[in-house]
Write a protein that binds this ligand. Structure first.
Ligand SMILES: Cc1ncc(C[n+]2csc(CCOP(=O)(O)OP(=O)(O)O)c2C)c(N)n1
Ligand SMILES: [Mg+2]
Length: 403
């Protein structure tokens, strides 16, 4: 992607007073704090370049970061989002068919992931959670590798160093510390690459994240903390995570935080480029809060109808990240029917490819999990293995009787 950021202004050292940004010298939020659930698209705190209706709006601070974007680039961003959504839908279906143990859908978060993912350079390093399928796509990780992990037939799925994309991390928030340590190493190496850590709104309450913020600030580590605030941490709403908007938390640690419309791929691209540039220029960490929505269940094991209503989902459907870019492409004559039809064919081919690949994978070995806990055996693991073997054997009679 050729996005010219040279026209952009030099990143500021203090972001005080800027809409949607808190810098180390920004004022406090006062004693009366409010919580919020849904931001309007006109919210001054929210950096937005494309409205939900697909209208391009000017933004003096961030326009420079997408100034060189071409129609080809825009179509490429659209393609990335469509293919990622298609692959994600296929994975959900495969789980329902018993082919995967679990799937964590990214539905609704495509713009946050593709915008930030396409802002990265090849030599930058990514530390994802378990939901960053769109970022994995941008890094060139084959989707079937992700599916192998969720089927339980590989121990991670890819070599992190081949794509500078670390393994998925399930232990909430811990990857922010890994990213910080890695970024401190980048500084010691004298490199000008940057590191990005993805995490969720729920993760922002973890001690690990607070420690990562402290260390990265104090050591001026070249790291971008990219928080996808998808409004939910399983069944916990964001209001239960913080009394202030999440991006404002950076202020207390002494680095800037910005809230970007996480359903606006252009804004996510621009803001992430700005944050990465700060990191490369030796200006330390940045917190980006991508304000978005988890359209589906937390994972395929979750039933969101037990804790949230339809109105919220419908309100967010109107802000769909793919639809808004499509509207913009159509209104500006950057894409014709032929482009959309071809992409539809490509999407179906991708769905077919991953489906066939997963069906060709072996069944997971139920005992493999016990082999990778310790290098040299362990009494407790041996006991657990024996218990599990007895449990499995308990089905033998039923199977023999055809129950
Ligand atoms: C340390 C730790 N505590 C609890 C869990 C269980 N857990 C898995 S996902 C999750 C919610 C995470 O929510 P959020 O950070 O908002 O990310 P999202 O799933 O919404 O993308 C929790 C509590 C875990 N994996 N690790
Ligand atoms: Mg969340």
């Amino acid at each position: 992607m050729t996005v010219d950021s040279s026209a952009a202004r030099k990143p500021r050292r203090s972001a005080a007073g800027k809409a949607g940004t808190t810098g180390s010298s920004a004022g406090t939020t006062g004693t009366k704090r409010t919580t919020r659930t849904t931001k309007k698209s006109t919210d001054p705190e929210l950096v937005q370049l494309l409205t939900p209706e697909g209208k391009r709006v000017k933004n003096a601070e961030y326009d420079g970061y997408v100034a060189g974007i071409t129609p080809d680039d825009l179509r490429a961003l659209y393609r990335d989002m469509v293919l990622t959504r298609r692959f994600d839908a296929e994975a959900t279906a495969l789980q329902r068919q018993g082919e995967l143990g679990l799937w964590a859908s990214l539905l609704g978060q495509e713009a946050a992931q593709i915008g930030s993912g396409r802002a990265l350079r090849d030599d930058d390093y990514v530390f994802p959670t378990y939901r960053e399928h769109g970022v994995a796509w941008c890094r060139g990780v084959d989707p079937t590798n992700l599916l192998g992990m969720f089927r339980g037939v590989n121990n991670g799925g890819w070599d992190p160093n081949s794509n500078n994309f670390h393994l998925y991390t399930i232990v909430i928030g811990s990857q922010t510390l890994h990213a910080t340590g890695y970024a401190m190493g980048v500084t010691k190496d004298g490199a000008d690459s940057a590191v990005i850590a993805y995490f969720g709104d729920g993760a922002s309450s973890q001690g690990d994240v607070a420690e990562a913020f402290t260390f990265s600030a104090v050591y001026n580590a070249p790291v971008v903390f990219f928080c996808q605030n998808n409004q939910w941490a399983i069944s916990e709403p964001t209001e239960k995570q913080s009394r202030v908007p999440l991006y404002q938390r950076a202020q207390g640690f002494g680095f800037p935080g910005v809230r970007v419309d996480g359903n606006d791929v252009l804004a996510c691209l621009a803001v992430t480029k700005w944050a990465l540039e700060r990191a490369r220029n030796g200006e330390g960490p940045t917190l980006v809060e991508a304000y978005t929505y988890r359209m589906g269940a937390h994972t395929t094991s979750d039933d969101p109808t037990r804790y949230r209503g339809d109105e919220e989902r419908l309100a967010w459907e109107a802000k769909d990240p793919i639809l808004r870019l499509r509207r913009f492409l159509e209104a500006s004559n950057h894409a014709d029917d032929g482009f959309f039809a071809e992409l539809e064919t490509e999407s179906e081919a991708l769905g077919r490819r991953v489906r066939e690949a997963v069906r060709a994978m072996p069944d997971p070995d139920h005992f493999a999990i016990f082999e990778n806990v310790y290098a040299d055996g362990h009494a407790l693991v041996d006991e657990e293995r024996a218990q599990f073997a007895a449990y499995q054997a308990s089905f033998a009679d039923a199977e023999a009787e055809g129950v």
